[in-house]
Design a binder for this molecule. Structure first.
Ligand code: NCD
Length: 305
């Protein structure tokens, strides 16, 4: 299942459950006793895989899986469709990350257990979006009435694509896209998400010009692994570096988010600024993944029932 299939009401319920888990994690520590999460990662990951595993372990469940295509039967030529049929016999729920766009969807159609897309190529990364939204919900209280700037690699950054697809349903959000020409948001997002929903947006190249307007600044890494040649990557990788000086232009209560990993796009000197919320964001990711696992396993009401 793709979490962006959730309605606004279902998302509210998910964040509500995540809030409750955050407030009293002990209460949920045996809700997944006897359940198994499989993490099938055909692409590198630190946060997403480990936060899924941490989420399941904190719910009392167990985990199994692989962390690279080389250590799975993909190296022998097995298809994702076959692998997921096998995993369905071993686990109750599966999180899958794959370099090919659409791989998680293919897996979901062949699976007997819920499949969570943990990133498919440069396409989507819905659980990072849940993490981003949970952070905004916890720190700001609402998704409406704000200006959000998305900066960096908007072409290949799948977290940006997913976040836009989810936020389009909330009112009065102004979008500011900050990127070099080569890394502007892809045409399908522009047409299917922005234009179709009449979302107000502008595109700029210079971060400093828009800094004072932003309530949220969502920084992204230039996605080296999706470039066709290294020269282009090297030319673009340090296009944006958020530093203390640029932060002086921002609102006093602006929030800086980043899906991480960070390379050079946020200087470490910004980490101590109270507006830098990206490490807290990681913690929210565990709570929201706990809530997602419980919901997809039909155990969301177990504690209060
Ligand atoms: C993101 C991803 O994998 O797309 N990372 C993550 O899951 N937190 C962002 C990135 O790799 O730049």
């Amino acid at each position: 299942m793709n979490p962006l299939d959730f309605s606004v009401e279902e998302l509210d319920a998910l964040f509500c459950l995540a809030d409750d888990i955050k407030a009293d994690p002990e209460k949920y520590s045996h809700t997944c006793d006897g359940k198994i999460l499989a993490t099938c990662f055909y692409e590198p990951s630190t946060r997403t895989r480990l936060s899924f595993e941490s989420a399941m372990l904190r719910l009392g469940g167990k985990t199994l899986g692989f962390a690279s295509a080389d250590s799975s039967s993909a190296a022998k030529g097995e298809s994702v469709s076959d692998t997921i049929r096998i995993i369905s016999c071993y686990a109750d729920i599966c999180a899958i990350r794959h370099p090919k766009e659409g791989a998680a969807l293919v897996a979901a159609t062949k699976s007997r257990i819920p499949v969570i897309n943990a990133g498919d190529g440069g396409h989507q990364h819905p659980t990072q979006t849940l993490t981003d939204m949970m952070t905004i919900h916890a720190l700001r209280g609402s998704f409406s009435n704000m200006t959000i700037g998305l900066c960096g690699d908007l072409k290949f950054g799948r977290t940006v694509h997913s976040l836009l697809s989810a936020l389009k349903r909330y009112e009065n959000i102004n979008y500011v896209f900050i990127s070099p020409d080569e890394l502007r948001i892809p045409g399908y997002i522009r047409e299917d998400v922005l234009e179709k929903n009449h979302l107000p947006y502008k595109e700029v190249r210079k971060l400093e010009d828009v800094m004072p307007e932003l309530d949220i600044l969502y920084m992204t890494r230039v996605q080296r692994e999706r470039f066709f040649n290294e020269e282009d990557y090297v030319r673009l990788k340090d296009y944006y570096i958020l530093n203390r000086e640029k932060m002086t232009l921002a609102k006093k209560d602006m929030m800086v988010l980043h899906p991480l990993p960070r390379v050079n796009e946020i200087s470490v000197e910004v980490d101590d600024d109270p507006r830098a919320r990206y490490f807290e964001q990681v913690q929210y990711g565990v709570y929201v993944r706990m809530a997602l696992i419980l919901t997809l396993l039909g155990l969301g009401g177990k504690v209060n029932a």
